[in-house]
Design a protein around this ligand. Structure first.
Ligand code: PMP
Length: 367
């Protein structure tokens, strides 16, 4: 390909073209310094300004209140599965966890090393093809915190409501839908997200934590694993992933320039509607197994049917032909099978339209 492909990768994933172009423009000589952002000291005033742009950008885009700290950590969202319980567990108190897929199962595995975990609800028996309903969630009154995953990347479910935790801090893994919709940060105790879907390249993890919660941690924990270290040192305790932070800054500025989260959400709703309507309107050739009310706007899972059964050969053929037609990353996660289109912020309506046109054509030829 000598042009850019329609990119439906689950993560790392598409990055907005204006962000890539800006980075390219500044790559060899950042603001007259004669070097790339990658080549400068993380203690330089130029990099400190980049870091401030990233943190202010997150604060402004997400509307983060003043009693929260915004920090940047390495180790991916997966390290947060450990850091959250290490820092937020309380002696003798349970951690409540809403089990909605592989990523909450990984969080459970790590949380169990620090406290008793109460599975407040699970939809595992239905292969995670829906989220628990509010009345199915049995929370512990005095839990240390409640863990949820706001968008389940693999299973294609997304919360369009928030559990009422009655004052218990809510911790949300927002790795795959952060900055895709408006939100009220004050409803959460802690939010974390790996950058590689909606925030930029992998290597940076965004953590937004209510300041009082960061003070729960035992000071004997390794310094690098305490939120308070990152807060006290403005995420510069050690050398941070400087280029990723620069890309985060550019991505936040791009969101602001394109109408903020409100406009971003409206675009994402329209994109998801176009794709789900194409699936639901295909007379059963394509089928989305996910409960309608819980369908993700970011990760659209579907299968191809021949008669009454999903047909893996047709799915393989679809992925191959799609790739050849300039539509990349449509193979479903190995644990679910079928197809998955990840349509994060940087995937435009034009890519959705190209995918739908390809799908309609494929259905005509193979239905
Ligand atoms: N949580 C969710 C919801 C994810 O989608 C992912 C990655 N796909 C992770 C956690 C793990 O992220 P990382 O690879 O950054 O550790």
């Amino acid at each position: 390909f000598d042009h850019r492909i329609h990119n439906f990768n689950a993560g790392p994933a598409a990055i907005p073209l204006p962000v890539l172009k800006k980075a390219q423009e500044e790559f060899l000589n950042f603001k007259g310094t004669g070097m790339s952002v990658m080549e400068m000291s993380h203690r330089s005033k130029e990099f400190e300004a980049v870091l401030a742009r990233a943190l202010d950008g997150v604060k402004n885009v997400m509307g983060v209140p003043d009693d929260y700290s915004i920090i940047l950590v390495q180790g991916g969202a997966s390290l947060q599965f450990s850091m959250v319980p290490m820092n937020l567990a309380l002696p003798g108190k349970k951690i409540d966890l809403i089990q909605t897929g592989a990523w909450t199962q990984k969080a459970e595995k790590e949380a169990k090393k620090h406290a008793e975990v109460n599975i407040a609800a699970t939809t595992e028996s239905e292969n995670f093809m829906r989220l628990p309903r509010p009345e199915e969630i049995k929370l512990t009154a005095d839990a240390a915190y409640v863990h949820m995953c706001s968008n389940n990347t693999i299973f294609g479910t997304e919360y369009h409501w928030l559990p009422d935790t009655k004052g218990v801090p809510l911790v949300a893994d927002m790795s795959s839908n952060i900055c895709s919709r408006e939100l009220d940060v004050s409803k959460y105790g802690l939010i974390f997200a790996g950058a590689q879907k909606n925030l930029g390249p992998s290597g940076v993890t965004l953590v937004i934590v209510r300041k009082d919660l960061a003070e729960r941690a035992d000071k004997k924990l390794p310094s690098m694993l305490q939120y308070r270290t990152y807060i006290a040192e403005n995420s510069l305790y050690n050398t941070p992933p400087t280029f990723g932070i620069y890309m985060l800054a550019l991505t936040m500025e791009h969101i602001q320039e394109t109408g903020g989260l409100k406009a971003t959400e409206a675009r994402n709703v329209a994109k998801a509607n176009t794709l789900y309507e194409a699936i639901d309107g295909s007379k059963g050739f394509y089928r989305c197994p996910v409960n309608k009310a819980d369908r993700s706007r970011m990760n659209v899972n579907y299968r191809i049917y021949k008669g009454d059964t999903a047909n893996e050969d047709l799915e393989k053929q679809f992925v191959k032909e799609a790739e050849a037609a300039g539509l990349a990353g449509l193979k479903g996660h190995r644990s679910v099978g079928g197809l998955r289109a990840s349509i994060y912020n940087a995937v435009g309506q034009d890519s959705i339209n190209a995918l739908v046109a390809f799908m309609n054509d494929f259905a005509r030829k193979n239905g």
